[in-house]
Design a protein around this ligand. Structure first.
Ligand code: ZN
Length: 61
């Protein structure tokens, strides 16, 4: 782990552990290889922390 990558995670810019990336029916999801948080792909080379809504759960209303 480098300081640079830790800063990236701090700004919600994560990088997936490639072996653990899976398609959940809506998006590619995985875990950040630096901080270990659940993340979701928002575009090419663009990964953000996964939220409850984006994980496929229905809205509360
Ligand atoms: Zn991270």
């Amino acid at each position: 782990m480098s300081v640079f990558n830790t800063v990236g995670c701090f700004f919600n810019r994560h990088e997936p552990s490639r072996r653990h990336v899976v398609w959940d029916g809506r998006a590619y999801v995985g875990s950040c290889k630096y901080c270990g948080r659940p993340i979701q792909r928002h575009g090419k080379q663009h990964w953000r922390k996964r939220t409850v809504d984006e994980a496929g759960l229905p809205p509360a209303s």
